[in-house]
Design a protein around this ligand. Sequence first.
Ligand code: ADP
Ligand code: MG
Length: 276
Amino acid sequence: MIKQTLRSMLDRTHVYDFMIPNVADELDLSHGTILYLEGITVSFDGFKAIDDLNLYIDAGELRCIIGPNGAGKTTMMDVITGKTRPDAGSAWFGQRMNLLRMSEAEIAVAGIGRKFQKPTVFENHTVFENLELAMSSNKNVFPTLFASLSSEQCDHIDEVLEIIGLNERVKKEAGVLSHGQKQWLEIGMLLVQKAELLLVDEPVAGMTHQEMDRTAELLKTLAGKQSVVVVEHDMDFVRSLESPVTVLHQGHVLAEGSMEDIQNDQRVIDVYLGGH
Ligand code: ADP
Ligand code: MG
């Protein structure tokens, strides 16, 4: 044992843990997986909100997470974004970024964007200004409102406006947008920050049916380019995403599969779908 340790200490090609920088500069998707959560456990006063959770998200994948209240969905997102540190387990963004060693700010800059349930757009600024502010906030530069953007930045904003379907409202104040439009603008704000993995918590709460359909379309458009993890309770909406579904229960993955598999899984019916 000691011999082995000595040998590894003398081995110059050995990469020690402390030699690995906290933040790799580029997202490495060479294995096709953007997020690895393994053996994650989070306890609050001895109660395990997350219990040995394993979750893998492919690059470009759209994934739905469902589960009863208290299943640990929000806590899981808190772990991914660095807001909550787990007691055990590992969390990697691509092959090289160890999320458990990164601050919340570093994780956001690295490309994980989170959209909370309530839209947090700047109501007194126009749609364009909101996107512009979001773009500069991620670059750690003083917000350059009204300063000229590079043509590349302008192109990117145009592209995002197209994706979120707000190009006709670019000069409108965000405060006058409908609830659904505000949600799309906020997704757009994550896109201009070049978020590669978007975490979206209950996006359709309070939306009209038409807005829900449009939101499903939007999230499906992102898939393939960005990876999107959606937590949602509305089963019609989940169905319309046509994506793989993970069911969380008591901080653990209870089932994973297509919506059809999930709907026919007796364990899922017992703990969750029975009441929906
Ligand atoms: P979900 O989002 O699936 O409804 P949460 O992740 O919010 O579930 O919560 C999982 C469990 O952890 C719940 O039982 C909740 O009461 C508990 N919990 C969450 N955050 C805290 C906290 N900061 N302190 C104590 N208990 C918490
Ligand atoms: Mg929650």
